[in-house]
Design a protein around this ligand. Structure first.
Ligand SMILES: [Fe+2]
Length: 458
């Protein structure tokens, strides 16, 4: 009896402290990169490859379709039609803009980006690329019209890379069949981990994610492994391969850079920020965000979600406090505008925070650490996609009170928005079946239903 009471006391005490460090011990396995030859290009002359799509406008009526052709610049168009339309005369075309780039001793193939406009909401479309016997066929479904109670499910993946673990993460996510759009937290190919930033790794990465990203949009956020800064080999243009390969609709949200922008999708307003661009006062990113946040209409898009690469709250020894300067600049706005969720990557493990803020800094009162704040976002670090550098398994020993749950495992998450008040969130480690959730919580919307949440973590 006393043993039971003691265990209960310890459990409750742990919960009251707010922090759980998972006892799950990940089976030791290095992040071994899959060889290039395992990502061959599709067969046939000049077959289109590395097909990927993302939202092409502010509200979800356009789609940017991107692909690569290896030998010829032509054809420079995508053919598309509504999936239930059998009349061939109803097929349409969107023309691409085409780019190439050089990176040290690498010359890219032809990279195409075509924006399909004026799509119908909530409709399945087929699209084909290439010609003759090298034609390749794909499909996507447009989101419902933007509205406050529109259910929608986002997948969350960060720091993916192209290792065996990366493949497990993506397969696991796809097996759930629930995700409609991926929010990707940055660090794509890890090409920069190879001599001269071997840009063929950008190609193999494009082939790797095609099984997901050709069929559902990924909302892209740039990480440090997209910088590709290498002055020692004459490469001084920041984000060069990334910007050529992954186009986003930044102008639709009056942004001046593809590295920060926003979109509305279903019942969510999603803001993408750049941890590796200037963000202090008077910089373009600061000014854009300052103007963007008051525009968010919670009656139209109740869920306000921010994506960035470097986390603002992180209790892992890896990259500890790297996000601190951005936190100091942007956190007061996140609280003021009641941001629901902030997702980040960078740290190769999983962590979810309490709703806390650290904006009351006051020397006289001695207030200098995070406190519970119902207007604050929950910060989730989900840089556990697979990467090439291994798992970040060194947490700060005494779990800070702002940290609700943390675990050093690879995985992904699902955010199932149900209506304007409730969203069901689950995190899934790669070793489990999809029916198992390592971390589960009902999130309550900060604008419509700002009650305290409770979680269950296994
Ligand atoms: Fe990173």
């Amino acid at each position: 009896m006393w043993r039971l009471v003691t265990i209960l006391f310890l459990l409750l005490n742990g919960v009251c402290e707010g922090g759980i460090t998972s006892s799950y011990v990940r089976k030791a396995a290095p992040s071994i990169e899959i060889p290039k030859k395992k990502f061959p290009p599709p067969p046939g002359y000049n077959a289109p490859e590395q097909v990927h799509i993302t939202q092409g406008d502010y509200t979800g009526k356009s789609m940017i379709v991107s692909w690569v052709t290896p030998l010829e610049e032509q054809p420079k168009y995508v053919t598309y039609w509504e999936a239930d339309e059998e009349n061939d005369n109803k097929r349409n075309r969107a023309r691409s803009i085409t780019t190439t780039y050089r990176y040290y001793n690498y010359s890219s193939d032809y990279i195409h980006h075509a924006t399909i406009k004026r799509l119908k909401y909530n409709t399945k479309y087929m699209y084909v690329l290439g010609k003759g016997n090298c034609t390749r066929k794909f499909w996507f479904t447009t989101p419902p019209e933007v509205g406050p109670d529109v259910p929608y499910t986002f997948g969350l993946i960060g720091d993916l890379g192209q290792t065996q673990a990366s493949n497990q993460t993506l397969e696991h996510y796809l097996a759930s069949g629930k995700g409609q759009t991926v929010l990707f937290l940055g660090d794509f190919s890890y090409a920069d981990a190879h001599p001269f930033h071997d840009n063929e790794k950008w190609d193999t990465f494009g082939r790797f994610i095609e099984k997901s990203n050709a069929y559902e949009p990924w909302i892209y956020c740039a990480g440090n492994h997209e910088l590709d800064l290498a002055p020692e080999i004459g490469e001084q243009v920041l984000f060069k391969p990334y910007k050529h390969r992954y186009h986003v609709p930044y102008r639709a949200s009056q942004s001046t850079s593809p590295l920060w922008y926003s979109i509305k999708r279903a019942s969510a307003h999603i803001i993408v920020l750049s941890s590796y661009s200037a963000f202090s006062i008077y910089t373009p990113q600061y000014r854009w965000l300052k103007e963007e946040l008051p525009k968010v209409n919670r009656s139209e898009t109740p869920w306000l979600i921010v994506l960035m690469h470097s986390p603002m709250y992180n209790s892992n020894n890896y990259h500890y406090k790297e996000g601190e300067t951005m936190r100091v600049v942007f956190e007061p706005w996140f609280v003021k505008y009641k941001v629901d969720l902030v997702f980040a990557g960078h740290v190769h493990s999983y962590e979810r925070s309490e709703r806390v803020s650290n904006i009351q800094y006051n020397i006289t009162e001695g207030i200098s650490s995070p406190i519970k704040d119902p207007s604050a976002p929950v910060y989730i670090t989900i840089g556990d996609g697979g990467n090439i550098e291994g798992i970040a398994d060194s947490f700060i020993e005494h779990q800070p009170s702002y940290s609700a749950f943390r675990e050093a495992s690879f995985g992904h998450a699902l955010l199932e928005i149900k209506n304007r008040t409730h969203a069901f969130y689950t995190w899934h480690r790669n070793q489990d079946s999809m029916a198992v959730s390592g971390d589960t919580i009902w999130f309550y919307n900060r604008y419509w239903f700002p009650k305290e949440e409770s979680s269950s973590s296994t």
